[in-house]
Design a protein around this ligand. Structure first.
Ligand SMILES: Nc1ncnc2c1ncn2[C@@H]1O[C@H](COP(=O)(O)OP(=O)(O)OP(=O)(O)O)[C@@H](O)[C@H]1O
Length: 310
């Protein structure tokens, strides 16, 4: 299996100051990897090293099993920079044609591929319009079309949804899911943590060029979870049975409904709560896992790691 990305002890020093340090990452084919961190954490510098645009000071980087300097490797990469400079005098079709030719695609391939990607990013039939008439959200879609045009095996997206409305964001999530289903790996920089949470398999938190924590979504957010149960009544037999799953804490009534919080060691036990409640013959009104989300984890990590950002 060829990994999409493999870095080992990657380091970049600017003017004597390390901005990326000891970065070791692996991203498998078809994996969606979220790279998260505050401003100045070293995310763009890392992306530039992955693309072969910036030389590492030390350490190694391989993308799609080769060097990012290798033109054959580069041809298989898609990239949407955060601040893409569009050739706004071109129509979307001309713009995609231009970038497609730069990637080595043939004119006949582009003729079928361009309408296909315009459709995919939600711009069907808009290819004939000049980009200088596009809205910010449409430009971001056109940039995304450019990133996936040459059927890349690894796509690097820097804040791909920052200019999009909620519908556009859902569509981008669907595009990312579609890429993943085709075995394309996606490396995503984003500040929109709730989005990252919905789309990523694996996440790394970085600050001051260093990974603070990385893991699968299950490792980071799965596992122990407090679950709130609300029912019309909570008889003692029910409470004692729930108590076999984890420690209990009685909650104040809400709307006349008693509640209890069950501290589960493992979220795989959630269905057991439903079974126990149902067997007890009480009316269940809510069964709510209070999971940590990425945003809470992000704030916790950034807070506990020393001074603020760069
Ligand atoms: N060419 C350069 N020369 C000197 N310093 C640089 C250069 N490029 C980046 N830096 C510095 O490296 C640090 C990391 O910058 P980088 O752009 O990688 O951060 P980032 O995590 O992408 O930030 P943001 O979220 O704001 O885009 C910053 O302090 C930046 O000033």
């Amino acid at each position: 299996m060829t990994l999409a990305i493999e870095t080992h002890q990657l380091r970049k020093v600017y003017k004597g100051r390390p901005v990326v340090q000891d970065l070791s990452l692996t991203v498998g084919p078809g994996e969606v990897f979220g790279f998260l961190g505050p401003n100045g954490a070293g995310k763009s510098t890392t992306v530039k090293m992955l693309l072969g645009l910036v030389m590492p000071t030390s350490g190694s980087v391989q993308v799609l099993g080769g060097s990012p300097q290798n033109p054959d490797v580069r041809r298989q990469l898609g990239f949407l920079p955060e601040q893409f400079r569009f050739q706004t005098w071109m129509t979307a079709r001309e713009f995609l044609n231009f970038h497609g030719r730069l990637s080595g695609m043939s004119a006949s391939d582009l003729q079928t591929r361009i309408p296909e990607v315009l459709e995919q990013v939600g711009l069907p039939g808009r290819g004939g319009e000049a980009l200088n008439g596009y809205s910010k959200g449409m430009l971001q879609r056109a940039g995304l079309a450019q990133a996936i045009l040459a059927r890349p095996r690894l796509v690097l997206l820097d804040e791909p949804t920052s200019a999009l409305d909620p519908i556009g964001r859902v569509e981008v999530r669907e595009i990312i899911a579609g890429l993943k289903a085709q075995g394309v790996a996606v490396f995503l920089n984003s500040h929109l943590l709730s989005e990252v949470e919905q789309v990523c398999d694996h996440v790394a938190f970085v600050q001051k060029g260093q990974v603070l924590r990385q893991g699968s979504m299950q490792q980071l957010l799965g596992g122990a979870v407090p679950v709130e149960v609300r029912a019309d009544r909570l008889p003692p037999e029910l409470l004692s049975e729930l108590g076999t799953l984890g420690t209990l804490e009685l909650l104040p009534e809400q709307g006349g409904r008693p509640g209890v919080q069950v501290q589960l060691s493992n979220d795989a036990l959630i269905p057991r709560i439903a079974q126990i409640v149902s067997r007890a013959g009480v009316q269940l009104y809510a069964l709510t896992p209070h999971r940590t989300d990425l945003e809470a984890l992000f704030l916790e990590l950034i807070d506990t790691s020393g001074e603020g950002q760069v």
